[in-house]
Design a protein around this ligand. Structure first.
Ligand SMILES: Nc1ncnc2c1ncn2[C@@H]1O[C@H](COP(=O)(O)OP(=O)(O)OP(=O)(O)O)[C@@H](O)[C@H]1O
Length: 461
């Protein structure tokens, strides 16, 4: 029954796994463990190769390490290639300012991507199921999400060297628990799943059981709703994209201007989506969560009989109405940028509250991420400590050629406000020596140098 349901679901979704390499993201909990076990039992019949990947977020100390060891053993017993990574999540959260859920997700996905690339994996399979779908849709609607976010968890999406699939979306939590029991899987139980401080757990405990009592097919209905909404959304977004060049009169990196009369001449569902497309473009890869409320505010402004008005959006994006135009523009505070010169040893307190200390030392020093060791004889003074500029590039250690600093900020998930005040240290010729806390350049020494070295430290005051 269980097996048939999954096979039929995959067929209906036009996904053929034959001959494919599949990486399963395994937490050690019932859903992903059942998924790993299920796909492993299908290896021969479906001609697939299964890999397992686990991330230890180091959040619950020894407990999380035990989970990793449990998954490792489970894989060893079945000859499933296993990859894992320990990630210092508290450290990552401190650096990015993300909340813990988002941070652990970011870390997991970058790990999956690495493993997929290493093994040329076609599919990343995750253990989300029908109950997760109900919870996600309801949570997002309640929170005021817009666009395709309301369709919940997609069955398939492009990711890494292939695609993410969720073969268990057609199942319910009870089906999976039953499967674990039949196959004696003894999954690990995450105690945080019980905590009512997490909103998902409240939906799981109070809302989903109520809906299931109202209608035993609720999960199937939510899944169908999700798929139909995702299709409608994709179609409307495409239509909106085609209208965009008609309504936008100016489009630059940090500025967009809309012709209001043209905007109002298109269908309302496309108007909303055009606003979304413009915001996506402007916010680019910034970690911003916009709600349907923001779009609604803009719709009101556009339709109002007043010839002017303003809206302030996250990260300093200003929307200004002026007669027949609507201007979207970022308004970064100029006080955030800085420029200092340090001609010799000394200390400097930066506007972001961090302290830069430059000193000479002789011989060894163990370098952490908050300090760098440079060969003082090959550095031209004064050192310059400044905020980023367009076109900044750094020659990273162990890399051919230079990498754009703006790309590093994106890859490291540094929020846009922090990027504006993040220090960059260069020599007097403009060579970037260090992006403190993020990346060291080829000018950095390893720790066993004799002679006169320059040690720069970057620490919170
Ligand atoms: N630490 C982890 N390492 C690797 N993959 C993970 C990890 N945590 C979660 N995943 C993957 O992401 C999916 C969804 O994560 P979520 O935290 O919602 O899990 P869950 O509902 O508790 O499921 P499970 O019963 O598998 O723990 C999991 O089913 C699994 O495929």
């Amino acid at each position: 029954m269980f097996e048939d349901q999954v096979s039929i679901y995959l067929q209906r979704k036009n996904v053929t796994l034959e001959g494919k390499k599949i990486l399963v993201g395994v937490s050690g909990g019932p859903d992903s463990l059942a998924l790993l076990h299920f796909l492993w039992t299908k290896e021969e019949e479906w001609k697939i190769t299964v890999y397992a990947g686990h991330v230890d977020h180091m959040f619950r100390g020894e407990e999380s390490l035990k989970e990793a060891e449990f998954v490792k053993l489970f894989c060893e017993e079945r000859n499933i290639p296993f990859s894992w990574e320990r990630i210092n999540l508290p450290e990552f959260i401190k650096k990015t300012g993300m909340n813990s859920q988002k941070a652990s997700r970011e870390c997991r996905y970058s790990f999956y991507e690495k493993v997929m690339r290493k093994n040329s994996v076609d599919y990343l399979a995750l253990g989300h199921h029908g109950d997760d779908q109900i919870e996600t849709i309801l949570m997002r609607l309640t929170r005021g999400s817009s666009g395709k976010a309301r369709a919940g968890i997609p069955f398939i999406r492009i990711f890494g060297t292939g695609e993410i699939i969720r073969p268990f979306l057609c199942l319910e939590r009870e089906d999976i628990e039953e499967y674990c029991k039949i196959h004696n899987l003894n999954p690990r139980r995450d105690p945080s799943n019980e905590k009512e401080t997490y909103s998902r757990n409240r939906y799981r405990k109070h809302v989903v059981p109520f809906l299931k009592k109202e209608n035993i097919h609720v999960a199937r209905h939510f899944q169908r709703f999700s798929e139909e909404l995702a299709d409608d959304e994709a179609y409307l977004m495409k239509q909106a994209e085609e209208k965009l060049s008609f309504i936008v009169t100016k489009k630059r990196k940090e500025e967009v201007v809309v012709d209001i009369n043209r905007f109002l001449s298109i269908a309302i569902p496309l108007q909303r989506r055009c606003i979304q497309l413009i915001l996506n473009y402007l916010y680019d890869e910034m970690p911003i969560s916009l709600s349907a409320l923001h779009t609604e505010q803009m719709m009101i402004l556009l339709k109002s009989p007043h010839s002017s008005g303003n809206i302030d959006l996250p990260n300093g994006l200003k929307v200004k109405k002026s007669y027949h135009s609507l201007h979207f523009q970022f308004n970064f505070s100029p006080t955030k940028s800085f420029y200092y010169e340090l001609s010799k040893m000394g200390e400097l307190l930066l506007p972001n509250g961090y302290n830069i200390k430059v000193e000479y030392i002789n011989g060894d020093h163990h370098t952490e991420s908050d300090c760098i060791l440079l060969d003082s004889s090959s550095i031209s003074f004064p050192l310059i400590i400044r905020t980023r500029r367009d076109g900044d590039r750094i020659h990273l250690k162990g890399m051919d050629g230079k990498k754009k600093v703006s790309r590093i900020f994106i890859d490291e998930k540094i929020p846009i406000q922090k990027r504006e005040s993040w220090p960059i240290i260069t020599d007097s010729n403009g060579n970037i020596l260090w992006i403190p806390g993020l990346k060291k350049s080829i000018y950095s020494h390893s720790n066993t140098n004799s002679g006169s070295n320059l040690l720069i430290t970057y620490k919170k005051q």
